[in-house]
Design a protein around this ligand. Sequence first.
Ligand code: SAH
Length: 349
Amino acid sequence: MNTLIETLEQTQTLPDADLLALITDEREDVRLELSRRADRVRRQWYGADVYVRGLIEFTNYCKNDCFYCGIRRSNCKAERYRLTAEQILDCCDLGWELGYRTFVLQGGEDPWWTDEKVCALVRRIKTAHPDCAVTLSIGEKPRESYAAYRAAGADRYLLRHETANEVHYRYLHPEPLSCANRKRCLRDLKELGFQVGAGFMVGAPGQKPEHLLEDLRFLQELQPDMIGIGPFLPHNDTPFRDEAPGSFLLTLRLLSILRLMFPRVLLPATTALGTIHPLGRELGMQAGANVVMPNLSPVDVREKYKLYENKICTGDEAAQCRSCLERRMERVGYRVVVDRGDVKKIQEK
Ligand code: SAH
C-alpha cells in the first residue's frame, strides 16, 4: 500500500508500467484507496454537486453495424423509431420544468436526420431554452457537418473513441468504420470549439489491459472535457451475444484513475454501470464520477433504444427518474444541482 500511495500522488505522470500495474491491481484495499482519493479530488473542484443531463434517445435507426451494439443495422429484430421534432421539444420543455439545463440528443447514425434537420432542431431548442446546453451524440460526420451544428448553437458533442488501438477497433467495428476517422472526428470537434466527450466500454470483447493503457494515453493527448465509460453488456441479437460482460469493479477502478488523471473532467456514472449493479451509479459517484444522465425519452420508445440487455429505467416517467436519482445521490452524500454543468476551468477553482 505504501508504494501505491506514492504512485497515486503522480497519476498524471506515471510511466506505462506503473499505470498498467494500477489498472490491473485487483486488491480491494487498493480500489477503496483509489476511490477515497478520487472523491477528494472531485470535491476540490465540484464539491458534492452532481450535474444531470436529460438524455433524449431520438432515433434508433443506424447505418452502422458495430458488432456490440443492439441497434446495429443488421439487427432486423430491432423495432425502429424516430421521434419528431415536436416530440423532442416536448421532452425538453418537460425536462426544463424538472430542472434539467442540459439536453443530450443521442441516436444511431440516421440518414433521415440530415444536417439541415439537425441544425433546425438545435436552433429550436436553443431558442426555447437559451439557458440550456445542447449536447449532440450522433456519431461520425464530416467536419463541415460538425461546423454547421456548432453554428446552429450546439455546445457539446459526445463521441466515445471506443478503443484507441487500431487492431482492437477493427475487432469491434466492420469497415468502413475506422479508428483513424473516429479520432479525426474528435479532433475536428475540439478545434470547432465543442466541449467534447470521448470514452470507451470496459471489458469490450478482445480488450486487454494494454488497450486500456492506450485509451488513457489517447485521452491525455486529446484532453476531452468529458469521459464516458461503462461496462460492456452483451445484446442477444448481436455477434457478441455470448461474450462476458465487463467487470463492475474494473469500471469503478478506472473511474477513480480517470478522476485522478483528469481532475476537472466531467465523468458520468453511466446507465450501463447502473445496469450491471443495482447501486452502480451510487458507487460510481463515490469512485469519482460527478454526472448522471437520466432518461428523458418518452416511455414508449425506451425499450426500443436497446444497446444491451436489461437496460434500467425503461418504465419510469421522466419525473420519476429525476426524483429517484436525486434520492439515490443524496443517500450517498451528493446533491443534484440545477445547472448547465459546464467543465470547471482552472481559474474557477
Ligand atoms: N451513434 C452514436 C451513439 C452511440 S450509443 C455514436 O456513435 O456515438 C452510445 C454508446 O453506447 C456507444 O458509444 C458505446 O460505447 C455504448 N454501447 C453500445 N453498445 C453497448 C453495449 N452492448 N454495452 C455497453 N455499452 C454499449
